[in-house]
Design a protein around this ligand. Structure first.
Ligand SMILES: [Zn+2]
Length: 91
């Protein structure tokens, strides 16, 4: 075996070597140089969640995910100090 591998010979490394664009094509958010491809895919997933459940408001989708993440980490959910978990399908 000699020379460079073709893309199909790279397997999972082909995806690992991909980099995010410098700016999101949907919201023009700037990405740092060498942002991993999977981070970019996560950002696009947040756009999808916002489109499907929050009328395209990406910040509302992000707030819901943050609050739900905190609700799941609440060590004493019975005292009501933190907001309760709210499924994303409930707007
Ligand atoms: Zn974006």
């Amino acid at each position: 075996m000699s020379g460079q591998l073709t893309p199909h010979q790279l397997g999972g490394r082909a995806v690992a070597l991909k980099q995010a664009p410098l700016a999101c094509p949907r919201c023009s958010k700037q990405f740092a140089f060498a942002t991993p491809w999977h981070s970019y895919l996560g950002h696009l997933g947040l756009h999808g969640l916002a489109d499907n459940h929050f009328g395209g408001d990406i910040e509302a989708a992000q707030r819901r995910l943050q609050r739900n993440g905190l609700a799941r980490q609440d060590p004493t959910p019975w005292n009501g100090a933190w907001p309760k978990y709210k499924p994303v399908c409930e707007v």
